[in-house]
Design a protein around this ligand. Structure first.
Ligand SMILES: Nc1nc2c(ncn2[C@@H]2O[C@H](COP(=O)(O)OP(=O)(O)OP(=O)(O)O)[C@@H](O)[C@H]2O)c(=O)[nH]1
Ligand SMILES: [Mg+2]
Length: 242
């Protein structure tokens, strides 16, 4: 039997975190929430719920999802989890999709939740968000020669055995580029990666943290990695390997 945990980064998610924690608890899952001192007191709310299956990392000032996930992954690996899920707190990711992905993880190293594929869907997103997301994945797929259909989604499942082979401290991206860099790192050790179609629903509560800085970070990092591939420095990937 695998020991599983779900990592959830939070910044101002007091309106949606409680119901998500309840739904995940009903599946018997352990959870690590990584909060960056949310001004809406998300951390206080989680502490007041006092759920025995929920651990809270109070990670200091807002540092982006990259730093939050790295703190969560470090604790999950230290605690000996075999299967580590990641999901947003804002209700965009469905617990049923996570459950399906946790089952799929029995036969691979990484499961990616994929919106832009047959059976996947996106609800209540403006045209410009759809275009941005699909363009981001298309650009990263071409430039990095990765075969996946959704490189920026946050609903994922990683195997602990695979993560333990990676030097996670070398992951530097902070916005949604973190999701691209994680797959790049997993690919560098020839992990078995599966894509599963998921439903993504735009948040109804709270505010998106997406901004121009996050988009620009992804663009320059992916372009730099692509340039390094072009001039033959594939050794750049080696720093991901322990
Ligand atoms: N700890 C931490 N969590 C964050 C930070 N930025 C975003 N998050 C959380 O990461 C998850 C994804 O953030 P969203 O605001 O939904 O950002 P997004 O999914 O890229 O943007 P949308 O697509 O507009 O929803 C949510 O659970 C956020 O609360 C951060 O700086 N620190
Ligand atoms: Mg979101």
């Amino acid at each position: 039997m695998f020991k599983s945990v779900v990592l959830i980064p939070t910044y101002n998610e007091a309106k949606s975190i409680e119901s998500l924690l309840k739904d995940l608890g009903n599946l018997g899952l352990n959870i690590i929430v990584i909060d960056d001192n949310s001004p809406d007191r998300t951390a206080s709310l989680i502490k007041s719920l006092n759920y025995s299956n929920v651990r809270l990392i109070e990670n200091g000032a807002k540092g982006g999802i990259g730093a939050a996930y790295l703190a969560g992954l470090e604790l999950a690996l230290k605690d000996g989890y075999d299967v580590i899920g990641t999901m947003d707190a804002d209700g965009s990711h469905l617990v049923n999709d996570l459950k399906n992905m946790l089952d799929t993880a029995a036969t691979c190293d990484v499961v990616m939740g994929t919106r832009w594929t047959k059976g996947g869907s996106v609800h209540n997103w403006s045209l410009h968000r759809r275009i941005l997301s699909q363009f981001g994945t298309w650009y990263a797929r071409k430039v990095l020669s990765l075969p996946f259909k959704d490189l920026t989604g946050g609903l994922r499942v990683y195997k602990g055995t695979m993560l333990r082979k990676l030097n996670l401290n070398s992951i530097r991206s902070n916005g949604y580029c973190f999701q691209i860099e994680m797959i790049r790192a997993c690919s560098s050790i020839n992990s078995v990666i599966k894509e599963v179609p998921i439903t993504f629903i735009e948040r109804e509560q709270g505010e998106s943290k997406m901004n121009a800085k996050i988009v620009i970070e992804a663009f320059w990092r992916v372009t730099l990695w692509g340039f390094m591939r072009l001039i033959g420095i594939n050794a750049d990937k080696l720093h991901y390997v322990k």
